[in-house]
Every structure is written in C-alpha cells, then in structure tokens.
Design a protein around this ligand. Sequence first.
Ligand code: IPM
Ligand code: MN
Length: 367
Amino acid sequence: MAKQTASGKSFKIAVLPGDGTGPEVTREAVKVMDAAAAKYGFKTEKVEYDLGGERYKRTGEVCPESVVAELRGFDAILLGAIGHPDVKPGILEKGLLLKLRFDLDQYINLRPVRLFPGVECPLKDKGPEQIDYAVIRENSGDVYTGVGGTTQKGTPHEVATQVMVYNRFQVDRCLRYAFEYARKYGKKARGKGENNTLGLVGKTNVLTYVFDLWERAFHEMGAKEYPDVKRDYYHVDATCMWMVKSPEWFDVLVTGNMFGDIITDLGAMTQGGMGIAAGGNLNPEGVSMFEPIGGSAPKYTGKNVINPLAAICAMQMMLEHLGLEEAAKGVDAAVRRATGEKIKNLAAGKMGYSTTQVGDLVVSLLP
Ligand code: IPM
Ligand code: MN
C-alpha cells in the first residue's frame, strides 16, 4: 500500500448514494471525507451516480455497461445502500451490487469486526478489547456464481440446485490477500498478541470437496510463504458459537462467500449493529468499493435520524485503502471519540443526534 505522499495528491471517487437512507448517510461520509481532505492534505474529485431503485423505476436501467466502464476509471467507489421497497428483491442486489462486485472483480470483501468504545454490545462482559478481529470474505465465487438450475418447476418433483463453486485460482488469490493482511494487521503486528493468526473458516466435515481445496491451499501457501503467520482452522458452525462466546480468540478469519456473508452479519451485531458495521469490496489490483453493511432502511428515509457512522467507517476504510494513512487514522480516532464520549445509542432516532449532526460531530473531533 502506498504511503501518503505530500499534500495535494488527488483521488477520483465515484459516489453511489443509492436507495432509501443511502443518500443521507453518504452525504455525511462525504462531509467527513472533505473535512479530512482539507485537514490532512489530499484532494478528491467526486462524481455522483444515481444508480438504484428510483432510476430503475424511472428508466428500467439498473446498471448500464457504460457506467461500469466509467467506474473502472476511478480510484475508489463509495456506496450508500441498495434496496427499494417497490422493486422486487434480487433485481437491484444482483443487477447492481453483485454486478459491480463481479464485473470489477472485487474478489475480497473485508469486514472488520471491531467494537468501538462506548458502544453497547449484546455479548455479556465483552468490550473493545475482546471484539477486535477481521473477516476476509471471498467475494467472487461460491453459490454466488449462479451455477445451478431448476427442473420440473412447479411440480411436486421440482429440483433446484445452486452449486458451491471454487477454483484454485480464486482460493489462492483470496488466501494470499488474507495472509498478507494477517501479517500486516494481525494481533502481533498491532502489539495486541503473540501471533498474527489467520483462521480458515470452513466445513471440511461435510463440504469435503470445496473445503478440502481451501484447506490444502491454505496450508500449502502458509507453510511455504507465510511461516510467520499462525494457522488455525474452524468449522463455520463452531465459529458462530465462538463469535458469541469467545470473540477474543479471533484475529483474522478467511472464508468463502456464503459463510462470510452469514458470519459477518453476526459479527456486525456484536460490534453494535448495522449503524456501525462497514466493509470494503476490494480488487487489490483494480477499483474497490466501500459500503456500510446495512441496508437502505426505507422506514427511516428522509427523516435525518439514521446513523451515518457505518458509512463514515466505510469511507475511513477507503482512505486507508488509498494509502492515506494519516487521514484514515484521524477519522478512526474521531469516530472512536464520537462513540466513546458523545453518542450513547447507535440506533436510528435514539442517538441524541440527527444524521447531519453526527457528521458534524465527527468532523469536529478530527484530530
Ligand atoms: C451483503 C449482502 C449482499 C450479499 C446481498 C444484498 C446480495 O447481504 O453485502 O452482505 O449477500 O453479499
Ligand atoms: Mn449479507
């Protein structure tokens, strides 16, 4: 990752506010980004795209190829939320979110599970020290590839398959990212433990083809190229158990697309919910897209009550990804102070601050 160079470097950012509360939270993320740019000395050139449910309803377009082509020319993409109450589930998710992940080959979905100070955690006796790990979700394969089909539909003998597909190339590139990440951001690297540990989350006892491939690739690459990174293996069901009971055991986890989807929602709840959980869809060699994990929350739309911290955290991850380390650290510190000292509840309408006030607060706390 490039270090932050002298002031003045400019980044092209595509802003996709999306549906529902997406525009409200994205506005605050952009507000904080602009303040950070002024403070830490970088520039941004922002282009907004009106992709989402409204545009689909108006024009029938979800994500034109011309837009995908344009997006390839940006340094990063900031996404608000996708999902519209009048649009059948699946259309926007597949046509926009998954399309961008696939077409831009964002093969890593990085989802940190970090409890910030002052945030209420549903787990008994757990605090920021205990909930501090990252999930690296493979983002290009698995049941998400759409391999499968249906026959005899509508009959009592209907058959449906949706196949878990992985090839060695996909597994290897994901593992490589995960080992590198563990080496750089694991607990030892952060002075918080004796080892940098990468845990593979799978289901080798049942998915004896797919996770056999993952497990062999994991140990081969680890032994050969990352002997300094400790390797662990956990079944996905046990992982869920330990995420609740002993989250402090985890450092960096790597897993397939479907398991990663599921366990990161559990992780998000343990870090205070959708108001705070953020992730990055990364193409380390291309254009990456950062998003709050939560949805478009139609019932809060336009009320200025939704929590923008997840979007602000997604933007923070984007700064880090762009190599703006000082700015990324600054935003992280400001968010931690906001939760630790000011905002008492992360839920929409219960923060004691409006959406716009939370953005202002984070800006005011930038160190
Ligand atoms: C997520 C979401 C998506 C996924 C949906 C909306 C397609 O749940 O980003 O985790 O399954 O990846
Ligand atoms: Mn999900």
